[in-house]
Structures are given as C-alpha cells and as structure tokens.
Design a protein around this ligand. Structure first.
Ligand code: MN
Length: 395
C-alpha cells in the first residue's frame, strides 16, 4: 500500500479520539469507515486483541478504501495520541555493533562483548507508564550522578542526555502464564512495529546501573511513534538476518527470514546525524519474543518490546550520541555550525523509518529545561563545581 504508515489514535479537530489509519496524505477515520469493530475506542488495544485474521482483514479493507480515494482527515487537523495502552515495556540490547561500541567505550581493555551476549538476547524490563507519544516534550531529568573523579555523588539535571534509535514490536494476542511463546508463532501474537526513542541519561545510568541494570537513567520518558505499522504491510521487507555464531539454543531458533529491512535516520536539530538499517540487528524479533517468555512469563495486549539501540558498522550509522561522539570525545557538528556531545535544551530529535512503499511513523521529541523544583534539592557547591569541570573535561 503506497504511502501507508500505520494504525493509531487521533482526534479530528474538535472531536473525540478514535482509531485511524495514517497514509501519506492524511488519516482515514476508521470510526466512520463502516469497517465494524470498536474503532471509536481511545486506544488500539481492543483491535490488537482480536488477532491475526481480523488484523489482516482490516488491513486489506483499509487498502481498498485508500485506493478508492476515501476521504482523509488532513494531518494539520489531526491531534495524535498514544496509540495503545502500553502493558509492559521490555528493552533489548540486540545490535552487535551497539553492544560492541559500548563495550569498547566502557571496558577498553577487555573483550567488548560480555560472555552471554551471543547466547541470548540481553534485555531489561522498563517503565511502561512513562512511554509517551511522538511530539511530547522531554523534560531534562534530575538525578544522582558521580563522575569517576568525583569524591562523592551529586544531585542535579542530567548533563549527558542521549537518544537511542530503536524499533519496537507490539503484542496483540496475550498468552497464558506458564506457557512460553515459541518463535514459530510470532505472527499470531505480534501486530506490528513502531519506532522508539529510548531517551537515556548517561550520567545517571553510569552511576546507578550496577548490579541491577537501567533504572532512573531510562525511566523518565520513552517516546514512540503515533502510528503502529502492521506486520501485514511489511512481509516483503523480511530478509535474512546476520549469521549467528554460535548457533543459538533450540528455543531461540526461528525458521525463515526475520530481519526487517527498514531504512532509518536520526535528525538532530535539523541535521541528519545518522543513517542505518534495522536489518543488521543480530537477534530477531521472534527470538526476542521466545526469550522473553521462555521462563513462562505471559504476554499482555499492548506489550512493547524494543530492539535496543540500532547501530550499523560504519561511521555515521550509530544510533546514539554516546557512540556518534565516542562518549563525548568527538563532538558531532550540526547544521548551524555548533557541535554536540550530548543533547542540549531546545534540541529536537526526529527518527524516521522507511520500508519500501511503507513509511514508519516518525518519533519526535524536543528537550526542555529541567523543572524548577529540582533546585530545591541542591547539592554542595563544591560537588557541583567539581562535577561541572569533570563533565567538561570528559567532553
Ligand atoms: Mn535502549
């Protein structure tokens, strides 16, 4: 379907939210389409729960309506909402290039990949309640941080705020507690994909993450596109993934081609700073789903499972600033002549994705200054100034 983007929830000017299908020229109002189903709902969840036959039927009929020139709500008259109620949010770490880059940055004298990385899709459970729709302002988070040379941790706004370019998949059909979901039934449970920006405060993250992993450095906000692109429109973009060595354990074997050929780009305050492709991700979506449920954990409608930062092998294909600038050592230049190590207040980050004739919904966010309340917590002047100079030095 040329110009197709995906399903989401929107309000035509002055009207209540309802389900729509976004195409290049506007939004098809599914509540007014006569297609049946509960498309007057304020989230996609009920549609997601219907399962694959209903999804494919609706996609086909939407295609017919669009081809027949159905009326579209102009984009400028459509307010876009969070497309689904996010049940649980999982974030993986499935790009070999990203994991290798971070290993080299943080453990320069050791093997970049930790011993488990090629045996299972490493991941963590994130915070579903702070997943926000594209366009939501991102307020710079406060938190505790301690640079290596600081005597003690200090409190303040993050000074190393970053983005992470990711592709997430959205679960429609739930599963029962105690029953793993094999990689082979991925299509029966997963509705589609959505671009994700897993905003990351690197300074908070670096101080808090051991031994239990990401926490407040990630949970302040995660942005997703307003439109979920159904797998049914991406079948011809499934291609062979990278070779996996060693061969994964049997529960992680997924027959067929499961890498998704989606061209991706990152724009930072008007300048494209990275281009890559999701097909290079080492662990595939069915493998991620199988792994996330192999212990018997159940799926819920609205679960969001994201790939982890997508980085390619070449310069200019990294999916985060910490990689693009090599932890701040090599600032990135943007169009107005200024440079960035990490994000500054006022910066706007836009992710875009294209899969042939299908365009993924973009995910956009602008960094706002930290909220005033944080100043009341303060910290000793000595710690503040010392941390400030350390941060500059490491940039
Ligand atoms: Mn991430």
């Amino acid at each position: 379907m040329t110009g197709a983007v995906g399903f989401g929830v929107f309000s035509p000017r002055g009207e209540s939210p309802r389900v729509g299908f976004r195409v290049a020229g506007g939004v098809l109002d599914l509540a007014a389409s006569g297609l049946g189903h509960d498309f007057a709902a304020q989230s996609l969840n009920r549609f997601l729960a219907l399962g694959r036959p209903a999804w494919e039927d609706v996609v086909a009929r939407v295609g017919e309506l669009v081809s027949a020139g159905a009326d579209l709500v102009p984009l400028e008259e459509a307010t876009v909402h969070l497309p689904f109620e996010v049940a649980d949010y999982v974030d993986f770490y499935s790009s070999l290039e990203h994991a290798t880059n971070l290993g080299r940055i943080f453990r320069p004298d050791a093997e970049p990949l930790l011993p488990n990385w090629r045996h299972l899709p490493v991941g963590y459970h994130g915070r579903a309640g702070t997943v926000v729709v594209s366009g939501t302002p991102i307020v710079r988070p406060y938190g505790q941080a301690k640079a290596p040379d600081d005597a003690a941790p200090g409190f303040g706004p993050s000074r190393r705020l970053d983005f992470e370019l990711e592709l997430g998949f959205v679960v429609g059909v739930p599963s029962a507690l105690g029953s793993p979901v094999p990689a082979t039934v991925f299509r029966d449970h997963v509705f589609g994909v959505v671009l994700v920006n897993d905003w990351s405060a690197r300074d908070l993250q670096a101080w808090e993450y051991q031994p239990l992993g990401p926490f407040l450095g990630k949970s302040f906000a995660t942005s997703i596109a307003g439109w979920v692109t159904p797998l049914a429109l991406l079948e011809d973009r499934l291609v062979p993934g990278p070779p996996q060595d060693p061969e994964p354990l049997p529960y992680l074997r997924a027959p067929g081609d499961w890498a998704l050929d989606v061209e991706l780009e990152v724009e930072l305050s008007g300048t494209v700073v990275s281009r890559t492709n999701a097909r290079g991700i080492y662990w595939t979506m069915p493998q991620q789903l199988a792994h996330a449920t192999v212990n018997g954990a159940s799926l819920r409608t609205g679960d969001l499972l994201a790939s982890g930062t997508i980085s390619g092998p070449d310069a200019g294909s990294e999916g985060s600033l910490i990689e693009l600038t090599w932890n701040g050592a090599h600032p990135t230049r943007i169009g107005d002549g200024s440079t960035r190590t990490f994000l500054e207040d006022g910066d706007e980050v836009v992710f875009r994705g294209r899969a042939g004739e299908v365009e993924l919904g973009e995910v956009r966010g602008t960094i706002c200054p930290p909220a005033a309340w944080g100043r009341t917590y303060g910290r000793s002047r000595e710690t503040t100034s010392k941390r400030a100079s350390t941060t500059r030095g490491s940039n």
